[in-house]
Design a protein around this ligand. Structure first.
Ligand SMILES: [Zn+2]
Ligand SMILES: [Zn+2]
Length: 341
């Protein structure tokens, strides 16, 4: 089988390997579609702080089970699936309290351990979730980013009646905003400086999509929500200057939620957090229940992912993908790799 390995930054190898053996608790998945994530780009550039080369990338995958181990209960060959790409110890304090997404020994497929850029991927059955017949493999590869969104919104608590601003209308921002709408928020506003992303967000049913190229966030918030301002500002942009605007615009008794991956420390005006009683939440991936909710929302077409896929590449063209993404950051939403038909 074909496996695509990154031995070091900027380098890609296509390996021909035997189809992997599986253990009694595993299934073998023939991969169909795997999405490319912002973190994959960081790895390609050698700027991901928490990984070591070599690595086989790919943590946003869908496929079909072709073989199930002896101890695997209900899953069987022919089942269409997506994969929750977290390996956790189950023993550390975060794991014991149910927060295994921040396990002290967390390993993520495609980042800290081999991922799904391969024709076949052996994986414990416990990491696999069924996707419905009506869901395409394209959509199946978007369950993982959608689970980031359902995880983020779960951490925000009950959204009913609240004013929400999502900063950044890339794939994750778009999905977070869609899940916020689906979760009963009074009004969801999404901001970006790239109009194409805002147009897609509008097609996905986000209540207001605002270009902030010539506007301060505070101004947008007052225009959109009036005196009530924003109850929650969710940062999916990952830009220092925008975060500082968010801090300046945060209302008394509100929340700032950090979903974006920052690569460097950000200086913040701490007194504002204290004096206004602003809560700050960090978001790191998801739990299984977030995957389940993502699948449910997508299956019921409450969350629309079809508009998010901007490009497809074949598995044999992976070395073209990263330069393509680097050169087209403004127009790309989500690139999906076709592993097999
Ligand atoms: Zn990802
Ligand atoms: Zn743990």
């Amino acid at each position: 089988m074909l496996q695509v390995k990154m031995p070091e930054a900027f380098k890609i190898e296509y390996l021909e390997l035997p189809v992997p053996e599986i253990g009694d608790d595993d299934v073998l998945v023939q991969m169909k579609r795997v999405g490319v994530c912002g973190s994959d780009i960081q790895i390609y550039h050698g700027r991901h702080k928490y990984m070591k080369f070599p690595v086989v990338q790919g943590h946003e995958g869908s496929g079909v089970i072709v073989k199930a181990g002896a101890n695997v209960g209900t899953l069987k060959a022919g089942d269409r699936v997506t994969i929750q790409p977290q390996v956790f110890c189950g023993e550390c304090a975060p794991c014991r309290s149910g927060h295994y997404n921040v396990c002290k020994n967390l390993k993520v497929y495609g980042v800290h351990t081999n991922g799904m850029f391969a024709e076949y991927f052996p994986v414990p059955a416990s990491k696999v979730l069924l996707i419905p017949e009506a869901m395409s493999f394209d959509e199946g590869s978007l369950v993982e980013p959608a689970a980031v969104a359902t995880g983020a919104i779960r951490r925000c608590g009950d959204l009913s009646g609240l004013n929400i601003v999502v900063l950044g209308a890339g794939a994750i921002g778009n999905l977070v905003a869609q899940v916020a709408v689906a979760s009963g928020a009074r009004k969801v506003v999404i901001t970006d400086i790239i109009q194409k992303r805002l147009d897609i967000a509008a097609e996905c049913g986000i209540h207001a999509c605002v270009n902030t190229r010539d506007k301060k966030l505070k101004e947008v918030i007052l225009e959109q929500f009036g005196d009530d301002e924003a109850d929650i500002i969710i940062d999916c942009a990952g830009v220092k200057a925008i975060f500082n605007e968010a801090v300046a615009a945060a209302r008394c008794s509100s929340k700032i939620v950090v979903v974006a991956n920052y690569k460097e420390p950000v200086e913040i005006e701490l007194p504002l957090f204290q004096r206004r009683e602003v809560d700050m939440l960090g978001i790191m991936m998801y739990l299984r229940e977030d995957f389940e909710r993502a699948i449910d929302l997508m299956a019921r077409k409450v969350v629309n992912t079809s508009l998010l896929i901007s490009d497809y590449f074949d598995i044999r063209q992976i070395d073209d993908v990263y330069p393509y993404i680097d050169n087209n950051t403004d127009t790309i939403m989500k690139v999906v790799i076709k592993i097999s038909e």
